[in-house]
Ligand binder design. Sequence first.
Ligand SMILES: Nc1ncnc2c1ncn2[C@@H]1O[C@H](COP(=O)(O)OP(=O)(O)O)[C@@H](O)[C@H]1O
Ligand SMILES: [Mg+2]
Length: 275
Amino acid sequence: MTERTGGQDPVLEVKSLTKTFSNGNGAEASEILQGVNFTMYPREFVCILGPSGCGKTTFLRCIGGFESFEGEVLVDGKQVSAPGVDRIMVFQDFNQLLPWKSVEKNVQYPLRIQGIKDRRELQSISDQYLKKVELYPYRKFYPHQLSGGMKQRVAIAKALAMRPRIILMDEPFASLDAISRNKLQAELLQIHQREDITVIFITHNIQEAICLGTRILVMSKQGDIKMDVPNRLQKPVTPASEGYGQMWDMFNRALNEATDAPSEETISSGERHTK
Ligand SMILES: Nc1ncnc2c1ncn2[C@@H]1O[C@H](COP(=O)(O)OP(=O)(O)O)[C@@H](O)[C@H]1O
Ligand SMILES: [Mg+2]
């Protein structure tokens, strides 16, 4: 039934991705991402940690097709340069739902745009995915009647219902209180274990990366990938899990180094600073 057979072919390949933002009026352009290479396979849940401003969101937006860039992004071997239903983004912002549509209509809307017109089919898909995020009883509610956590769960249901090749999540739980965040992490983990989904998940939170990721990256300035390691801790992971502490320390150190990392300019003139 599904085309996602989970074979060895990469689902996503990013090759020499370079992104420059021009500052207008002929001012010098800044290179935000410099030749980033990254390959991802079906069913991976890749968490990306990195200091603010290192280019995580820009990286995700380039993959999503929302930015122009140099280099290549390939999904299932085919080059992409514009947004597509194969890559769906979920943001931190609680206001990513249409406020005038009910929860179920929000989930159904992009499916209708995709050409599914049959009302019973739409209903059945939205019911199915709202159940997965435990929001079925709230299907007739409107966004303003929901908590932040519930809105994020609708956004996740909406993304899952599109059955994209990759779900791109940009700190989706960062604005939630700790209890809601833990609950959503557990739900997302279960969804990943049950469903055939591939996820890139950006977070500032080491605990979140260890609990969710099957693979964890630490990004430094200009999208430089400082660390790229598999996460072999048995899920569900808790801080009491064997190996959790060492892993947390390792990422904390890498993040501190990434935060303090000198820019290319400092490196090239670095000799001057050595004794
Ligand atoms: N549209 C834009 N125009 C100019 N600079 C931008 C734009 N978007 C992001 N930047 C800059 O790119 C850098 C990386 O930003 P971003 O990708 O949002 O980082 P992160 O998500 O890791 O915090 C920052 O210095 C930011 O100011
Ligand atoms: Mg960001």
